[in-house]
Design a protein around this ligand. Structure first.
Ligand code: PEP
Ligand code: MG
Length: 752
């Protein structure tokens, strides 16, 4: 190929493309196709720079189409990132063996060997990268380089003029307007403040080390600093207590101490790379391995590794972290990030952080756990937020609705200031009710308990003034652990829970694992119908070692105290027999070993499988209490998957059939004098709690935040009148029960 004709051809085609009708994206698509054709390349792609310096794949000929707008290289990541960051041409015959190569399986690029990347720049500013790739291993000729560089200049012109997608101009205009982004709650709360963009990436410029021995010394020193800084960070005043975040951070710290990781880093340096390049190399190869494991656990681990690698790079670069320079942060910081690891968040000064907005975070992510522990309002899945903000912008994070308001108008700010004040007032009112017993206006005492699953939830017991923990979901400890927690570790966790309960009762639910709650270290078969699959007590009975270990740990933890054990997903009363046997046996062993046994052991069953409703006489004789898992009970009674948004809320639990089922349970509990509680989501919604009390429930367990609203409802409720109404509605088979109850509450001045 000679440069002149090729270049001329490309220029002519680009002119044609620009004169044809079509939007910016269509033009970019045509451009990459033309360049690939003229340059005889199997792949031609355009990456454009985003606000945070990351590069997004905007158009491609040859790579997977699905990767367009989905693949983003972090600032300086990979060969494309290097090209943009250092403003250099990259010409690699065997790209994947280059130390800076970043493996992105989504693109399908692994079959291409050679790569030529040139910056798309205008007035010295890099706007993006233009790349061609070929299957064969070849070094591109000087002519190829020239053609591509000249083409990139033309593309830059069109980008700036706004004729093709991603025009800087259009983003700039958008960035001056108010905008609302709908995301998802990660950590509750509402926060007003100013944007700080999180820029974690250090760009690696030197790849090959001149003195490998000296480089090894640098690496070792950096690893020591890394570990020490993590130790110090985790002793942070806000985090020193135990809790779920503790487990997350422990897992993270273990990663930093991983011998395999250290060995791979050292090997890379011994192979001639600089310490920085070694970090990138190992990060990329580990990512490639982890991405092959397509599950949430590994994605989370990968995030931890990315976070750790970025941290190590910062240490190698001698760059101070934000925590060292708190004054740089505004006092009402709203942190905006593409992705964020748990420890990265801890780099910031907690006292200045109000909110967090992450593009890809979810409520289950580790950073969400840390945000909750720090009490920061956080929203995830905020698509495109990084592009749409500038540092210093005003922003509002409303985790109650999952909304993010960028550059809000003064009206919105005023409304939110009111909302924050209102929430604070509400909280104060609820707090004022803390020590007021939940007794209805006509004198009916209702026990209110909280649902918990982590140590970090336990302080809510005191704060809310609840009577105890009605449901402690033990599986969360297992889900956060890297390996099956041994009996000692479990016992420690359960004792810590009991200690924090301060004498109030705690109902421990045995493992409800299986179905969609997967423990990666347990071999679990893939199931068509996980909710109705091999889960909870079914697994516990088939794999008794698992249940036995847990029971052993619980018995040890509750030495000298009362132990309440609750069995999930019981399907037939007879299942309680082997469970009892197992508990009795463990109890015996404990005594034989001379350990102090619990003062009393109470064993209950969850009513979640509808079949049990027809076996209540048998069940009641085998249990000390029952607890209705209404989330599961409703999904199975109504055959409506609780996780499927289309059907999950299609049927109202405040309908005759489900309410009659609940009434049957209350009657059986009264007949056999077996206490009954309801611990599904229903219990926490005031209007539904009202109906439950009317049906005869005297014990409810709910999310801690629901205690205040439910207690407020109870204090103004006449339970007797409500009972009569509900009885009447059920007798008549009224279908609009919810409306009728709402009208009743309105007339009686009950806050629901
Ligand atoms: C329920 O099913 O109502 C319940 C409380 O258990 P989980 O939500 O953990 O399944
Ligand atoms: Mg359940």
């Amino acid at each position: 190929m000679t440069s002149e004709p090729a270049l001329r051809v490309i220029m002519r085609r680009l002119r044609e493309i620009m004169s044809e009708p079509g939007d910016g994206q269509q033009r970019l698509d045509k451009i990459v196709k033309q360049i690939a054709g003229v340059m005889v390349a199997e792949v031609c792609s355009i990456y454009l720079k985003r606000q945070d310096g990351s590069l997004e794949l905007f158009a491609t000929e040859g790579l997977n189409r699905d990767a367009v707008h989905a693949v983003r290289m972090k600032r300086g990541e990979g060969l494309v990132g290097r090209c943009a960051e250092l403003n250099i041409t990259v010409n690699e015959p065997e790209a994947s063996s280059h130390p800076a190569f970043s493996y992105r399986p989504e693109t399908g690029e692994e079959i291409y060997h050679s790569l030529l990347a040139v910056p798309i720049q205008r007035s010295g500013q890099v706007l993006g990268v233009l790349v061609v790739q070929n299957r064969t291993q070849k070094e591109y000729s000087d002519e190829d380089v020239e053609v591509l560089q000249a083409t990139a200049m033309v593309v830059a012109e069109h980008l700036v003029s706004g004729a093709v997608a991603g025009s800087g101009a259009s983003i700039e205009i958008e960035k001056s307007l108010s905008a609302v982004i709908q995301g998802e709650k990660m950590a509750d709360g509402v926060a007003l403040g100013h944007v700080v963009l999180h820029e974690p990436r250090i760009v690696v410029t030197h790849l090959m080390a001149e003195d490998p021995a000296a480089e090894l010394v640098r690496l070792d020193a950096a690893i020591i600093t890394l570990r020490a800084s993590l130790d110090e960070m985790f002793e942070h005043e806000h985090l020193s207590g135990a809790g779920e975040h503790r487990d997350v951070l422990e897992a993270y710290r273990m990663f930093a101490h991983d011998k395999g990781w250290e060995r791979r880093l050292r090997e890379a340096v011994e192979g001639g790379l600089t310490a920085e390049a070694a970090v990138e190399r190992v990060q990329n190869s580990t990512r490639a391995r982890m991405l092959r494991q397509n599950d949430a656990y590994w994605r989370e681990r990968q995030r931890d590794l990315d976070d750790l690698s970025d941290r190590l790079l910062r240490i190698l670069a001698g760059r101070i972290t934000s925590a060292d320079a708190p004054s740089a942060l505004p006092p009402d910081t709203i942190l905006v990030a593409r992705t964020m690891g748990p420890a990265e968040l801890l780099d910031y000064d907690r006292r200045r952080l109000r909110g967090l907005i992450v593009e890809d975070g979810s409520g289950q992510s580790h950073v969400a756990v840390v945000a909750k522990a720090l009490g920061i309002a956080a929203v995830g899945q905020a698509r495109g937020v990084v592009e749409r903000v500038t540092a210093g912008d005003a922003a509002i994070v409303d985790a109650t609705t999952g909304e993010v308001h960028l550059r809000p108008s003064s009206d919105v700010i005023a409304a939110y200031s009111d909302k924050v004040r209102f929430l604070a007032r509400r909280q104060r009112q609820y707090r004022a009710l803390r020590d007021v017993p939940a007794v209805t206006a006509d004198g009916v005492r209702v026990n209110l308990h909280i649902n918990a699953g982590l140590l970090v939830d336990m302080p809510h017991l005191k704060e809310s003034g609840a009577d105890g923990v009605g449901l402690f979901r033990t599986e969360l400890l297992f889900m956060l652990s890297n390996t099956l927690p041994k009996v000692e570790r479990q016992a420690d966790s359960y004792s810590a829970v009991l200690a924090r309960a301060d004498g109030k009762p705690v109902v421990f639910r045995t493992l409800d694992i299986g179905g969609d709650k997967v423990l990666h270290y347990l071999r679990q078969p893939k199931e068509e119908n996980p909710a109705m699959g091999w889960r909870a007590v079914r697994m516990g009975l088939d794999r008794p070692a698992l249940l036995r270990t847990q029971v052993r740990a619980l018995l040890r933890a509750a030495g000298g105290q009362e132990l309440r054990l609750m069995i999930p997903m019981v399907s037939t009363a007879a299942e309680m027999d082997p469970v009892r046997e197992l508990i009795d046996k463990e109890h015996q062993i404990l005594i034989e070993k001379g350990r102090e046994p619990p003062k009393t052991i109470r064993v209950g069953a969850m009513v979640e499988v509808p079949c049990l409703l027809f076996e209540l006489d048998a069940l009641m004789k085998k249990v000390d209490f029952i607890s209705v898992g209404s989330n599961d009970l409703m999904q199975f009674m109504l055959a409506a998957d609780r996780t499927n948004a289309r059907v999950g809320s299609r049927y109202d639990p405040l309908s005759p059939a489900p309410l009659r089922a609940l009434k049957t349970l209350v009657k059986a509990s009264e007949k056999y004098k077996v206490p009954v509680t309801l611990c599904g989501e229903m219990a926490g919604r005031p209007i539904e709690a009202l109906v439950l009390i009317a049906l005869g429930f005297r014990s409810l367990s709910m999310a801690p935040a629901s205690i205040g609203p439910v207690k407020t409802m109870i204090l103004s409720l006449d339970a007797n009148r409500a009972s009569k109404l509900v009885e009447d509605l059920l007798k008549k088979g009224t279908t609009n029960i919810r409306e009728r109850i709402a009208a009743f509450a309105g007339a009686e001045g009950i806050e629901i």
